[in-house]
Write a protein that binds this ligand. Structure first.
Ligand SMILES: Cc1cc2nc3c(=O)[nH]c(=O)nc-3n(C[C@H](O)[C@H](O)[C@H](O)COP(=O)(O)OP(=O)(O)OC[C@H]3O[C@@H](n4cnc5c(N)ncnc54)[C@H](O)[C@@H]3O)c2cc1C
Length: 481
């Protein structure tokens, strides 16, 4: 999916951008004075001896400057860097032209209080995407939501596609509310693609987010995958900058991420096209005349036995849309097949329909969540992973030797490594027993976890020579050797 045009002329209608100032403040807090807001990257030059000279212009003052960057993360949605470095995006493009209209209106009399997304089907369209999906945008999250977005398909040859004056009548028509008062804040056109870059590293430039993969929004995996990219890349760059990691770690970014992005993009397309299964269950057939569709709707809502059967069929078909709304194993259960971790020959469990996430500590998988208790507070195992540059070791009281080995390994390698001994007097407590249930470790086993929460190595039982084993594991992870 890529944006085609936005509607800057309508932006002034928007009373207040609620989120943007909050995000800016948060970003500023985390990296004071280091983020250039409202600037545009206009060019870059990779240096023979490493690093990139990046030209940046202040959008308000037109002032330019050059930044000497060691590395560049191109997270520009694919607009600038990728095409210029010659990225190949593999997969189908230009599948559908979608329009999203963000508007303000009082729809409280017409919509369900608890429903977040209403899908419409109408006999005049060939599919649910013609009729649109209406999404609450808050700030009130019941049927009194003040803002809404409706997403619908435009035909590529529709002359009204980019005509902003045609939008209000079109929205009223889709909602079948001819007198609805509404204020349009923004109209975005986006083209449905399912593409993944075949290469994510170009020297010292790395692609991330939509610059590296674009897919239908169904399943909500686009930004999630982008955040995972950032997580996977940030520690690598930190490790490379401070001299702890070599080229292998930078190269393994794309080795790990490309298959995950392909899986997510395919899944999103499956979820998008699965809406046709619901349409078909109702009896909406592409190319059918409006009259035929009307008959299908009359039967669907009628008292006949066939009507009842079609309603049951429709309910079953709607159930298959769990691909979109319950894809937990796709979101959280991705497992790297190859990369910067020590594989131990185990295979992570996988649910065939993508819905059931099974916690596992197979190396290459994100450490599973379990609630623990520390200093009287509930903490997640995920929160125990260091969010600064460094690795984390988790073991239990029978594995104290691992914790001692971790301190020695940190000392000898210079790689920060913190250890948590679950059940130790000063460590987190597994008060519910959930961690023991899911961690697949015997007493005295240990996990080594990367800064991006991916399990780098595990010893399912006590070690023979913990210090040697840990240093060897770190070496494989950080140098590939
Ligand atoms: C209708 C819809 C619903 C969605 N729902 C979900 C969802 O539920 N869950 C989910 O995970 N994802 C969802 N997505 C996908 C998600 O929006 C994208 O995956 C995500 O926004 C991509 O983020 P990004 O930062 O990689 O790229 P973008 O959001 O495209 O951001 C790139 C930024 O870079 C800036 N930029 C570009 N070139 C330059 C330059 N030269 N100099 C300076 N800045 C530049 C752009 O202005 C832009 O601000 C949805 C998408 C759509 C269209």
């Amino acid at each position: 999916m890529r944006y085609q045009t936005d509607s800057p002329s309508l932006a002034s209608n928007y009373p207040q951008l609620r989120l943007e100032p909050l995000l800016r403040d948060e970003a500023e807090k985390r990296a004071p004075g280091q983020i250039l807001f409202n600037h545009t990257v206009t060019g870059w030059e990779q240096q023979d001896r490493g690093g990139v000279h990046v030209s940046v212009v202040n959008n308000e003052t037109d002032e330019g400057q050059t930044i000497n960057a060691r590395y560049v993360i191109a997270a520009d949605g694919g607009k600038t860097v990728g095409p210029q470095v010659g990225v190949q995006m593999a997969g189908p493009t230009d599948m559908v032209d979608m329009v999203s209209v963000h508007f303000g209106a009082d729809l409280s009399d017409y919509v369900d209080e608890a429903t977040l997304i209403h899908w419409f089907l109408n006999p005049e369209g060939e599919s649910s995407w013609d009729a649109g999906a209406l999404v609450k945008m808050g700030p009130t999250w019941d049927n009194h939501s003040e803002e809404w977005t409706i997403h619908f398909m435009f035909r590529p040859d529709d002359p009204e596609r980019f005509d902003e004056t045609a939008i209000v009548p079109r929205v009223r028509d889709l909602l079948k509310l001819p007198d609805l008062e509404l204020t349009v804040y923004k109209v975005s056109h986006w083209i449905l693609d399912r593409v993944v870059a075949t290469q994510w590293r170009f020297g010292d430039i790395f692609l991330a987010g939509d610059a590296a993969h674009r897919q239908p929004p169904t399943s909500g995996l686009g930004l999630n995958t982008g955040i995972q990219d950032a997580h996977a890349l940030a520690w690598r760059l930190a490790a490379a900058v401070n001299g702890s990691a070599g080229e292998a770690v930078l190269d393994s970014y794309q080795t790990e991420r490309i298959p995950v992005a392909i899986d997510g993009a395919d899944w999103a397309l499956l979820a998008f096209s699965n809406h046709a299964v619901i349409d078909a269950a109702i009896g909406l057939v592409p190319g059918a005349a409006v009259e035929a569709n009307l008959v299908a709707f009359e039967t669907l809502f009628g008292d006949s036995r066939i009507g009842g059967a079609i309603r049951a069929r429709t309910a079953d078909a709607i159930g298959t849309q769990r691909f979109e709304f319950q894809a937990h194993d796709i979101e959280m259960g991705y497992t790297y097949a190859e990369g910067s971790f020590v594989a131990d020959g185990s295979t992570a469990p996988k649910s065939l329909d993508g819905t059931v996430y099974t916690p596992t500590t197979t190396p290459g998988r994100r450490v599973p969540h379990a609630w623990l208790e520390q200093d009287g507070e509930q903490v997640s195992t995920l929160d125990l992973v260091s969010d600064a540059w460094g690795f984390t070791l988790m073991t239990d009281t029978a594995g104290r030797a691992w914790a001692e080995a971790a301190a020695a390994a940190a000392e000898s390698t210079g790689v920060p490594l913190i250890a948590h001994v679950v059940g130790d007097e000063h460590g987190p407590a597994d008060t519910t027993g959930r961690w023991a249930e899911i961690n697949e470790l015997e007493a005295g086993g240990a996990l080594l976890i990367r800064p991006d929460q991916i399990i780098a190595w595990r010893s399912q039982g006590p070690g023979q020579e913990p210090a040697t084993e840990l240093v060897a594991a770190l070496k494989v992870v950080l140098t590939g050797a």
